[in-house]
Design a protein around this ligand. Structure first.
Ligand code: FES
Length: 177
């Protein structure tokens, strides 16, 4: 190999190595920019539905927002059937649950639950909701919204759009949040 062509070969070889190095460091930089897996998973909240009791309101958190979970007693299920509101409840195993965003559909206050009356009252402007979170007194324009969810055995994953949630959207039972 002549001296000049050897230099040319060495130059190319060095360039190739440098190129690999550049790609490797770009890859390392991209890894640094990508969010951590735990952050990506932060949009989801998994609820263990065996942990709830009938007519005891529990406030969970999903993406920083309050989510009301209210397991229905047999009497509440009968009430929902009579009012034609069973479709607002989520069936997990043999039980029904109200799972809704705890933000009033009027101006976003957090309603309070009265377990004796089985009714929610929004103290801001007096709006009320029943035990399926359907509005029973204005000014709220509609029932409390149902967050995206997926039923997974005895668990409900908030933030995932399962077939049950998509059906509720299609039927207009809830609005997308
Ligand atoms: S914000 Fe709830 S009634 Fe107005």
């Amino acid at each position: 190999m002549k001296d000049s062509s050897r230099r040319g070969f060495m130059g190319k070889a060095f360039g190739a190595v440098a190129g690999v190095g550049a790609v490797a460091s770009l890859y390392a930089m991209k890894k640094t920019w990508d969010p951590l897996p735990s952050v990506k998973a932060a949009g989801f909240t998994t609820l263990d539905m065996t942990a709830y009791e009938g007519n005891v309101l529990v406030t969970e958190k999903w993406r920083g927002k309050p989510v009301f979970v209210l397991k229905q007693t047999p009497e509440m299920v009968e009430f929902a059937k009579k009012k034609n509101e069973l479709n607002r409840l989520i069936k997990v195993g043999n039980d029904y649950y109200m799972i809704v965003l705890g933000l009033c559909t009027h101006l976003g206050c957090i309603p309070g639950y009265d377990a004796e009356k089985k009714s929610f009252l929004c103290a801001c402007h007096g709006g009320t909701y029943d035990s399926t979170a359907m509005v029973t007194k204005a000014p709220p324009p509609r029932g409390l919204d149902i967050p995206p969810f997926k039923v997974d055995g005895m668990k409900v994953v908030l933030g995932e759009e399962g077939p049950e949630y998509k059906k509720l959207l299609q039927e207009g039972v809830t609005l997308p949040v």
